[in-house]
Ligand binder design. Structure first.
Ligand code: HMG
Ligand code: MG
Length: 302
């Protein structure tokens, strides 16, 4: 066991969490969510995506959201940029970090970003170079590292292949994503192992959707490998428009509860995080999709 003593969480709620919402969420609500997350102690927030509004209408207000945030020193604000068009638009909002997003599965690459894996790397290469020249940190998201909605199970070798391509174009950190939440601990560990052939443990994170209720177990399995960075989503919001039926990321509240219970520091105030989750869930007229948040809210009510 190689448990870290401190874990960094990137809250992807404003982006991954909201991108799939059918009814428009006003920019003001997204901005307030970011403010509440930073007030809860989050130091990394994935704010929005500079993608085609025809593909993902909910992210059409990316520039307004970025412009409206009152930035706190020490907080890193990241945005998704699939190509140079997205990167050039994002640059004006001065992100601290950009995310290029590829897939270990060919079919998912086609459905999500309308190109093959090889073409996606060609599109990312100038984005990565331009970002690094501008001093912006570059993260790569690797989708479907365990399973794909179109191709089924994914061989870890394909994850290693994608990680190698990402490394080759200068991506500084990669996230191992279980896009549709089908992974179980050993499978997720194998995807991480394949990634570790190309990236250092400090440059790898986990991004687990919770469709089959395995995301906390998968997180623990990766903690045991020494992975200390995870993407999570407040109130368990989310899903990907090109991964039908997949639910949100593991709830940030549940992961914080797990980590604090294991004596692992996060710098996050769980009570304030629960409040942030209630804020956005109230707006969406539903309950937070987090067992820890539900328990804490029940306790408060009692
Ligand atoms: P395309 O149609 O192949 O792009 O889309 P194109 O280059 O042929 O351009 C077509 C039109 O789109 C043009 O406009 C471009 O200007 C415009 P027109 O001339 O027709 O008026 N366009 C753009 N507009 C705004 N922003 C841009 C942009 N690029 C081109 N960046 C593209 C290719 C990648 C743009 C499209 O497929 C797209 O936007 N896909 C979005 C996919 C997405 O956002 N998916 C969800 C995020 S990924 C995710 O959730 C997974 C993750 O969480 C990890 C995990 O869980 O797996 C990260
Ligand atoms: Mg995701």
């Amino acid at each position: 066991m190689n448990l870290p003593s401190r874990v960094k969480l990137v809250d992807v709620g404003p982006r991954d969490g909201l991108q799939n919402e059918k009814a428009p969420v006003p920019a003001g609500v997204k901005i307030e969510l970011v403010h509440r997350l930073q007030a809860a102690g989050l130091k990394d927030i994935e704010v929005t995506s500079f993608v085609s509004p025809k593909w993902v209408p909910q992210m059409a207000d990316a520039a307004s959201v970025m412009a409206g945030i009152q930035r706190q020193p020490g907080v890193r604000y990241s945005v998704l940029t699939p190509n140079m068009t997205g990167f050039e638009a994002a640059l004006k909002s001065k992100p601290d970090e950009i995310v290029v997003f590829g897939a270990a599965s060919e079919a998912f690459s086609q459905k999500n970003i309308n190109c093959s894996i090889a073409e996606s790397i060609e599109r990312f290469a100038p984005v990565v170079a331009a970002a690094r020249a501008a001093g912006i940190f570059v993260r790569g998201a690797m989708s479907c590292t365990v399973g794909c909605p179109y191709e089924g199970e994914i061989d870890p070798a394909r994850v290693g292949y994608l990680a190698g391509l990402m490394k080759g174009i200068g991506v500084q950190h990669v996230g191992v994503a279980d896009t549709i939440g089908v992974g179980t601990p050993r499978k997720v560990q194998r995807a991480v192992e394949a990634t570790l052939r190309h990236f250092n443990i400090d440059d790898v994170s986990g991004h687990f959707h919770d469709t089959y209720g395995q995301a906390l177990a998968n997180t623990l399995a990766c903690l045991e490998m020494g992975v200390w960075q995870y993407d999570t989503s407040v109130a368990g919001l989310g899903g990907c428009p090109y991964a039908k039926g997949a639910t949100g990321n593991v709830a940030s509240e549940d992961v914080v509860y797990l980590l604090h219970g294991m004596g692992i520091e996060t710098g996050i105030d769980l009570d304030k995080l629960v409040d942030a989750g209630v804020y956005i869930s109230d707006f969406l007229q539903r309950k937070p999709n987090s067992r820890a948040a539900t328990a804490i809210l029940n306790k408060r009510a009692g």
